[in-house]
Design a protein. Sequence first.
Length: 57
Amino acid sequence: MIRNIIFDMGNVLIKFVPSRIVEELGLDSKEDEELLLSTIFHTGEWHLADLGVMTGL
């Protein structure tokens, strides 16, 4: 019996470009885009989650 299916999304099923994701949000300025990128995508937590070693916050 199959209980789980795991999809590898980032650069496997879809192209993962964080800057494009943030640009499409339509923020007011490039500074806001950079702040969002650095706060979410350029963190140690993001890297650990991407590696699959983070169990929760």
